[in-house]
Design a binder for this molecule. Sequence first.
Ligand SMILES: O=C(O)CCC(=O)C(=O)O
Ligand SMILES: [Fe+2]
Length: 444
Amino acid sequence: TAVAVYRGETNYLETKIMRPLTSILEPFVGGLVAPNDKRDTIDSKRDGDITKTEASETSQEPRKSRNIEVRFVNQWHAPTSLFWERSEDDWIQVAPSIVDEIGLGTFVGHRFMFTREGTRDQIGDEVEIVASQLVYTLPKNAKPRSEIDGPCTDRYPRRCASLAAHGECDENPGWMIVNCPSSCEACELLDPAKRCDPARLNISLEHIWSPGDLDKTFERIMRDFVHLKPRALSKPPDGPWLIVFDDFISDAESEALTRWGHTLGFERSTDSGVKNERGEQTKKVSQGRTSSNAWCRRDCEEDPLVDSVYARIEEVTQIPRDHYESFQLLKYDVGQYYHTHHDMSPRTRNDAAGPRILTFFLYVSDVQEGGETDFPRIDLRVAPRKGSAVLWPSVLDRDPWLQDPLTHHAALPVKKGVKYGANAWIHARNFVIPNKYACTGSVA
Ligand SMILES: O=C(O)CCC(=O)C(=O)O
Ligand SMILES: [Fe+2]
């Protein structure tokens, strides 16, 4: 098996190298997944992606016998990510951040490319591994492909044409416009200002809450959902609302969420950086957050045991589910944590979906020791207990466009056991439509 050396993150990369084929093109665009490639006909719907990738790995078997270890050197002015070609015109990220260089196990004939860190923005040319060369350098003066090919060029020349012919420009417009603008004849929509204009997306500019609605929502929850055993650890006027539900999800629901996390594959959590000119948010391996996570989309979201959790959150918050991000499933091993942060970034006020206004955090497992959610500014800690949940606002009652700084929080390190959790983030406006059009960089 390949041995990876990656700036102290050996485990992460080893995992990626040993099973790169289990994760589909997820990291390319904030919140979006590549459409299933229609060239492969897949009978099993649920496990379609996995079936497909296993098959393509087998077909590469003979090439793997020519394993070599090589170094990739980044002399470009900014950090880059590295992608392999998994099968013809189908690329997958294998190294999220190369500041100077990394070593990787690979095989002769394998093709790779560098991209701008955390995006699919190709920098320089594609290169093929040859037996006589052990070092591959991205030069200082390498140019983004978009500068050479023109701004409106497909990133996957063959695949884009095929996907467009199968209607994916309408089915999956965000990923398709960003990656296949030429095949979708959508050059003008590459510009996020145009693509994400709320008027074009036909979404209301209104905030779901008027001033005063936040307090009313929490008061109603305390009054009407006694069977979920809500306890207000903090409430106005002494502090922000912070409600723990001792009984929020069933064992079956908890187990379904954990199972989905493993099926989809937990990957090291990322921070989001700047947006590029196509509106893609760059992603960096997070320093402040050492957990791993997976996004519950598609089949996961449709699982009745996940659907029922969504339905309960809708009932409790009275905010429709098209304001929610997909569940972010989290896993913390011993020593892993998330430093103090806020879930709502003030700059998201201008996003089509508006800022996050509520966090529903689900505790999906018991933890033997550690792993509390800590709210340092109000001196409160919530210990994880399987089936419980905590709910807090990210914004202020008197002006729900503004961040409430008192709900900064952290996940304290797990000391013993494994912690599983799930975030449901709720936005001021419709999230689903902007997300479909690649207008919600801020997924993680
Ligand atoms: O794990 C926790 O307790 C909190 C996680 C969190 O704050 C987040 O993912 O934004
Ligand atoms: Fe958080």
